[in-house]
Design a protein around this ligand. Structure first.
Ligand SMILES: [Zn+2]
Ligand SMILES: [Zn+2]
Length: 146
């Protein structure tokens, strides 16, 4: 069975990417940094192994967040071994099969939002444990965002 390939881009199309296979994890973050950089109430993202991620086009970065310098859209951030993909940058919506399994910084969640059923709730950054799906040691340096 061929692996699923999901494509995405920034708004202007200058940055294109795709990810192959299923992500390691999918999460929501309500932290201040995610709110500020997205301009939205929270940040929804999925993390793939870097080897599953391919991209073209010029990006700029601020910390662990990347964006298109032409249109300002958030685009995936490529770390040392993982790529964090903003769910909204994917081409197809709704994103079938990408369901957040955890939420971060829930103390900053808007009062009109409710905890996702079955999603682990973290007061602050994620604490990796053995039961988490696909977590690897060393996956934590991007703790500000993922
Ligand atoms: Zn763009
Ligand atoms: Zn965050």
């Amino acid at each position: 069975m061929p692996e699923i390939v999901r494509s995405g881009s920034c708004l202007c199309g200058g940055v294109q990417f795709h990810v192959t296979g299923e992500p390691l994890r999918v999460g929501l973050c309500h932290c201040k940094d995610c709110r500020k950089t997205s301009g939205s109430a929270f940040h929804a993202y999925a993390v793939w192994p870097l080897r599953a991620f391919e991209t073209t086009g010029i990006t700029s970065s601020y910390g662990t967040r990347s964006f298109c310098p032409s249109c300002g859209s958030r685009v995936p951030f490529a770390g040392d071994d993982e790529a964090e993909v903003p769910i909204g940058s994917l081409d197809v919506a709704p994103t079938e099969g990408l369901v957040p399994s955890y939420e971060l910084w829930i103390g900053r969640r808007e009062l009109w939002l409710h905890p996702l059923p079955a999603a682990r709730q973290f007061e602050h950054d994620r604490i990796a444990d053995d039961s988490a799906e696909g977590d690897e040691p060393g996956a934590e340096p991007q703790q500000r965002s993922a």
